[in-house]
Design a protein around this ligand. Structure first.
Ligand code: NOJ
Ligand code: MG
Length: 533
């Protein structure tokens, strides 16, 4: 198994750089802070860190508005500090994945400044410009993901430019070969510096309809939903031509050995799996966010795992995600006890797990007072509860002021609850969720059945989700009680004896299971088959 490539066998840990560790006392996390804290991902046992954007940016969308694709924002550090981080990470066996944001740049990017200067500027066609509609309004009905029209009229020329997100984030024109080449060069810039791959922002949105047709209304939309959902995103998302762009990006990544292309894609399973590409020459890992949107019930999740496994193209490698910087935290969504069960699910399913920083501490969404709201989306669509700040708060490290994150006031508040978990405390607590995460990761690493084995027998028995993982002669049975009542169920008929290897609630040993398995409330457990017939 040793030869299985790292991004299949391994575990990815997402770092939101503003919130991991500050090193220069400005209340904002930075690259040097990450470098100083590498002990943590190494101790945890993950294989790679993915760092959300660190490029120069006016921070209208906290780095997802890039003003230079080949530099580091001074708030995050310098290229030299980036190189030092890569060197240290690699020396410690950690890969480094960068966030790449190709759909849009900042409106302060020199390309856009040129583009907007006149209709004849050579960079005009690097962005998406259209004449106004006959009534002078926007060219069509497309909506921004962050609310309002996706078009902004620019007084310099009277034309509108497209922005799928903020008006400070104009969409690049990926139908223009010069744009493609410039972006591929930017990818090579970082690949040459040693990055191990990219997580590509909104990869499914890169190409829009070339006829600019209106999106049809969404009959299922309700007023408490994001306003962009008022329309079906037929002409603005998942256009067939996007697959050529993804394949071209993959070809760039494949110019270098052992790199990985991960795509951010919010689509239903059958459309998501198309992003593996023809002959698997698309994204190696099209992010699978289905656990974020699926109801937390054994029946729903068993169905999801079966559907996803069945939909994978032959040879495609699965992946699973519980949370990220755009979503409410898993411990808030499910509560503390089920967050432990979720950890076990993520780390025992077949497919590369991606963990969001702080979830290993059981971090919860932190309420943000109105005067400290940072997220532009929350400001654009107030009252819908869309703010992403609560899940982006600083990592609590220890009992120092500001939990050891910074000597200055952090850019977002820490959890005001003094009993909040922190790394130092949880590391020394044998029953903490952090200890559980580390044990699960360790178990996955040393058990090929869990890291690279097959999955089968995925089923729900009452509130219990069950599946088998197997590699060679080793077979591991996973039972996850998604309910708050005890549960008792039979071992599979061909299993005579199974030994407990891990539980989310009890210590490591206990009598072997023969015949039946009894689960405590909110308990996940895995056992290894020791006798079958
Ligand atoms: C997806 C990113 O994850 C999100 O944080 C960002 O606001 C949008 N893309 C726009 O880049
Ligand atoms: Mg700083």
């Amino acid at each position: 198994m040793a030869e299985t490539i790292w991004w299949k066998r391994g575990i990815i840990y997402q770092i939101y750089p503003r919130s991991f560790q500050d090193s220069d006392d400005d209340g904002i996390g930075d690259l040097e802070g990450i470098r100083r804290r590498l002990d943590h991902p190494v101790w945890l046992g993950v294989d790679a860190i993915w760092i959300s954007p660190i490029y120069p940016s006016p921070m209208a969308d906290f780095g997802y508005d890039v003003a230079d694709y080949c530099e580091v924002d001074p708030r995050f550090g310098t290229l030299a500090q980036f190189d030092a981080l890569i060197a240290d990470a690699h020396a410690r066996g950690l890969r480094v994945i960068l966030d790449f944001v190709p759909n849009h740049s900042s409106d302060q990017h020199p390309w856009f400044r040129e583009s907007r200067s006149s209709t004849t500027n050579p960079k005009r066609d690097w962005y998406i410009w259209r004449d106004p509609a006959p009534d002078g309004g926007p060219p069509n009905n497309w909506l921004s993901q962050f609310g309002g029209s996706a078009w902004e009229r620019d007084p310099a020329t009277g034309q509108y430019y497209l922005h799928s997100f903020l008006k400070e984030q104009p969409d690049l024109n990926w139908r223009n070969p010069a744009v493609q080449e410039a972006m591929f060069q930017a990818m090579r810039f970082w690949l040459d510096r040693g990055v191990d791959g990219f997580r590509v922002d909104v990869i499914w949105l890169l190409i829009k309809d070339d006829q600019f047709r209106d999106n049809p209304p969404n009959p299922a939309w309700r007023p408490d939903e994001r306003s962009v959902e008022r329309l079906l995103q037929r002409y603005t998302a998942d256009r067939p031509e996007v697959q050529d762009v993804v394949a071209a990006m993959r070809a760039v990544v494949d110019e270098y050995p052992d790199r990985v292309l991960i795509g951010e894609i919010y689509l239903p399973i059958e459309r998501l799996v198309a992003f593996y590409g023809r002959d698997l020459k698309g994204a190696q890992l099209p992010f699978n966010f289905q656990l974020i949107s699926t109801a937390w019930s054994a029946a729903a999740i068993a169905g999801l795992v079966r559907d996803y496994e069945a939909a994978l193209p032959p040879g495609a490698w699965p992946n699973w995600v519980l949370g990220n910087h755009d979503q409410s935290r898993i411990a808030t969504r499910l509560g503390g006890a089920q967050a432990r069960v979720a950890a076990m699910l993520l780390l025992t399913l077949r497919g590369t797990p991606t963990l969001y920083y702080g979830d290993e501490l059981g971090m919860v969404d932190v309420p943000i007072p109105p005067d400290r709201i940072q997220d532009p989306w929350a400001k654009n669509e107030p009252g819908l509860g869309l703010g992403r700040d609560p899940s982006r708060t600083p990592m609590p490290w220890d009992d120092q002021p500001n939990a050891g994150f910074s000597s200055a006031e952090p850019w977002l508040p820490l959890n005001p609850d003094h009993a909040q978990p922190n790394v130092a405390r949880l590391q020394h607590d044998d029953r903490s969720i952090l200890t559980l995460y580390r044990r699960l990761i360790d178990l996955r690493r040393r058990t090929p059945a869990l890291s690279v084995g097959d999955v089968s027998e995925i089923r729900a028995i009452g509130n219990v989700l069950c599946f088998d993982r197997a590699e060679g002669a080793v077979r591991v049975l996973v039972f996850l009680n998604l309910g708050h009542e005890p549960a008792d169920l039979p071992l599979p008929p061909d299993v005579r004896r199974a030994r407990l290897v891990i539980s989310t609630v009890r210590g490591g040993d206990g009598p072997d299971f023969t015949d039946r398995v009894t689960l405590r409330p909110d308990e996940g457990l895995a056992c290894e088959v020791v006798d079958h017939g």
